[in-house]
Design a protein around this ligand. Structure first.
Ligand SMILES: [Fe+2]
Ligand SMILES: [Fe+2]
Length: 428
């Protein structure tokens, strides 16, 4: 990209002042360079040319003017797309399911009502966040908060980084409801559609909404985390969306959700186990209760996919292989806190080190799903279908071997600051 000083300065002046983030919030030069390398190289070249020019002209005003323009260039690069994800998303493939297959989902309506909606819990029987939190209307409120805070003092920072990451993931729920409503044949067409698929999606969302709510309130009361940074991260994440590559196909979508519900069941289960080890039994109960919901959701989504394997084994095994080839991206993979361009990788590294969610878990989930859907025993597949079958059945051991090799090569992990815990440093 050519260095266009005048036009860029003009663009900068056009941007209203409310759109300008504080200088400290601009994204780090590292990723800026990665994404616009030619621009940075040009800046460097201009500095060199400028030094030669300056040596001869000795014009101090010209120096200031030039440096100001370079600063403007940097700011414009960083804020020109303030609501875009912190990294590139894949080229989006849309509506890849053949339109005639929509009929399969329409014909499953009655089945879904009998077999899927039963995995929802009536609101009156559901737990609510308030059941696990100090009651603000009670006399003992301050005492209960004090006890909660004392218990949280026993928990290390690294655990809080993981718990915050999990909470932010739950809080981006609008994105997940949107994702479900991208799926052809099962989306909620009106916002209050009476189809079984739409009823499920709304009630599932309403159940999930309690997860982020409960973790958010617990973390707020603990006093251990920088709530403003966390709230910013949630706003960034919802603004960025997600890139699950499900192509509006409910085949791909339900395989993705089957995988994800099990992944969240495992990770909340592990944060519960750690909280117990740290002696915070109330937090263990909070995480364990959320994990139980995820298990129920996993049961529902894996049942839908099981039915698809029964109706259309070829189409479903092809979809399974397609999702696994693309890799199941985590729902919060576009997270950003306004500072760390690799926040998701850093959060994931700690989750891996603490054993909350690991590459081994990923392989275990895949193996579990292959068994759950009896993929090895599928018969009557097309040539492509058999290839897809072989691929998914042999994938888990391959992932484990790659992980073991990567672990063997792992270098000394660096220690980095996390804005969520007031920039205290944690080993990755
Ligand atoms: Fe959840
Ligand atoms: Fe869930």
């Amino acid at each position: 990209m050519a260095l266009k000083l005048s036009p860029l300065t003009f663009q900068h002046q056009k941007i209203p002042s409310f759109a300008l983030p504080p200088a400290s919030n601009l994204r780090s030069p590292r990723v800026f360079m990665a994404s616009t390398l030619s621009s940075s190289s040009n800046q460097l070249l201009c500095y060199v040319l400028f030094s030669v020019w300056f040596t001869h002209s000795n014009g101090i005003l010209r120096v200031l003017s030039f440096q100001f323009r370079l600063l403007n260039l940097r700011e414009v690069e960083n804020i020109k797309r303030p609501f875009s994800p912190p990294r590139e998303v894949h080229v989006q493939v849309t509506h890849s399911m053949p339109p005639q297959k929509i009929e399969i989902f329409k014909s499953m309506e009655g089945w879904a009502e009998k077999n899927i909606l039963v995995h929802l819990k009536p609101v009156e029987k559901c737990w609510q966040p308030q059941d696990f939190l100090p009651d603000p209307a009670s006399e003992g409120f301050f005492e209960q908060v004090k006890e909660l805070r004392e218990r949280s003092m026993e928990i290390p920072d690294e655990y809080f980084v993981v718990l915050v990451g999990d909470m932010i993931t739950e809080e981006a729920l609008p994105t997940y409801q949107t994702m479900l409503n991208t799926l052809d044949g099962v989306r909620d067409e009106t916002g209050a559609s009476p189809t079984s698929w739409a009823v499920w999606t709304r009630a599932w969302t309403a159940e999930e909404n309690r997860h982020g709510d409960l973790l958010n309130k617990y973390l707020y009361l603990s006093g251990r985390v920088d709530m403003r940074q966390i709230e910013k991260s949630i706003q960034y994440l919802i603004g960025s969306g997600m890139d699950p590559r499900t192509e509006n196909s409910p085949y791909l979508g339900f395989i993705y959700t089957s995988f994800q519900e099990r992944a969240t069941f495992i990770s909340h289960g592990n944060t519960a186990r750690h909280a117990k080890d740290y002696g915070d039994l109330k937090l263990a109960q909070i995480c364990g209760t959320i994990a139980a919901d995820e298990k129920r959701h996993e049961t529902a989504y894996t049942k839908i996919t099981e039915k698809l394997f029964e109706i259309d084994p070829d189409g479903t095994v092809l979809a399974f292989a397609d999702m696994m080839r693309k890799k199941i991206s985590m729902p919060a993979h576009l997270m950003y806190d306004g500072r760390d361009d690799n926040l998701f990788e850093h959060f994931s590294a700690i989750a891996q080190r603490l054993g909350v969610y690991t590459a081994k878990d990923y392989a275990d989930i895949l193996e579990f799903l292959v068994g759950r859907w009896n993929v090895e025993k599928l018969t009557g597949l097309s040539g492509e279908g058999r290839k897809a079958q072989d691929y998914v059945c042999g994938l888990a051991p391959r992932i484990r071997r790659l992980d073991e090799r990567a672990q063997g090569r792992a270098k000394q992990a660096p220690t980095i600051p996390f804005s969520w815990i007031f920039d205290r440093e944690v080993k990755l």
